[in-house]
Design a protein around this ligand. Sequence first.
Ligand code: MEV
Length: 424
Amino acid sequence: MSNTTPSSRLSGFHKLSPEERLQQTADFAQLDADTQAHLRNMGNIDPQLADRLIENVIGTMNIPLGIATSMKVDGQDHIIPMATEESSVVAAVSNAARQCYDHQGFITSMSGTHMIAQIQLVQSPNPHDSRLRILERKEEIRQLCNECDPILVKMGGGFHDLQVRVLQTEGGPMVITHLIVDTKDAMGANAVNTMAETLAPHLEQWTGGKVYLRILSNLADQRLARARAVWPCAAIGGAAVRDGIIAAYQFAAADPYRAATHNKGIMNGISAVVLATGNDTRAVEAGAHAYAARHGHYGSLTQWEITSEGDLAGSIEIPMAVGLVGGATKLHPTARACLQILHVQTAERLARIIAAVGLAQNFSALKALATTGIQKGHMSLHAQNIAMMAGALGEEIATVADRLVALGKVRVDIALEELKKLRS
Ligand code: MEV
C-alpha cells in the first residue's frame, strides 16, 4: 500500500446522506464524474427506502427481471418473475415448463410452515435432567412464545412444538432446545428469534445453565416444499435424452463435486424467484445445501426416474423459508409487483411454486448437459455480452454477436476485430 492511500476510517459515515456518502466514496476511490453519475441513478427504488433497508447506502444495484412462461402448478397457470444476472436461466425454466405443460405441469405439496429457533444452553450441571425439566414446561413455553406475537397467533400460527437434545460437543454436553413455530405467511426470522430470546432467561433459571445463542435454524426441514412432474419421453426428444438425464442425476447423487454444480443450477432458478419476491436468498440457499447433506453426504436435491409408461419423472423436496409479509417483501415496490405477477395469496403457495421452478431449472440443465452441452444455449447471449465488452453499441451488438457465433470464436479480441471491420 502506498502512503497516499486514504484512510478507510470514515468516521460518521453512517450518519451522512447517500449523496454525501457517495462523495466520500468517490474521493476515496477516485471515481470519475460518469461513474458518480451512474451510481447516483437509483433506478426504480426510492433512495429513502434504500437508505432504510441497509446501512451506509450510496446507490442501488439493478439486476434484470425476466418472466418465465408456460408454468402450470397444481392445474393453475402462472408466469414467474425471476431476478438474475445469469443468461439462460429464465429460458431454461420456460422451456422445461413448456415440455410438461400438456402433461399436467407440476404437482406440489408442502410439509408445513414451521420454523425452528435454537437455544444453546451450556454449563448445565446435569444436562439430561435439564432436558427433562425444559420438556416438562412445554405449556408454559407455549404461553411465553405466543405472548411474543399475538398477531401471529390470531392468524392461526404461533408455538407448535418443543424438542430438546443433549448434544455432545468439543466443549462438553450442551442442551439444545428447538422451538418449533408456525410462522404462516411470514418467513418468520423475527418472530422465532424474539421467542428464543424471551425464553432464554427462563431456561437458565429452570436448569442452572447458561444460554449463549438464541437464533433460528436455516435448516428449515419442517418447511419442505415439494414438486413433481412427468415429461413425456416423446416430448423431450426420446429415450436417449431421458436416459441421459437420469444418468446425470445418478452422477450427482453419487458425487459431491457434481452435486454442488447440479444443485447450483437448481438454485439458479430458485434464488431468482426468492430475490424477485424480496425474500432472503441466503436463508433459502443455506437451507437447501444443508438439506442436501442430511444423509451424511452431500447429494442431489432432485430425483429423476422412469415411469411405467417409459416417461421421465422428476421430483424435488427442499426447505423453503419464504414469506409474503415483513422485510423487503412488503417494502420493496418491485417485490410487491412480482408477488402480484405471481398471483399468490399465501407463503405456502409461493414456496410450492418456487420448488417447481427449481425442478424445471434442473430438467433443462440436465437435458442440455446430457445432449448438446451447455455452451450452445449460452452462446448467443454470451456473444452479445462479449460484443458489448468490445464496445459495440445499438444494432452493432447483434451483428457482432452473430459473427462471433458463426465463427465459433466468442472472444473479446475477435469481437474487437469484427467491430473494427463493421465500422470501417
Ligand atoms: C450453470 O449456472 C448451472 C449448471 O452448471 C447446472 C448444472 O450443471 O446442472 C448448468
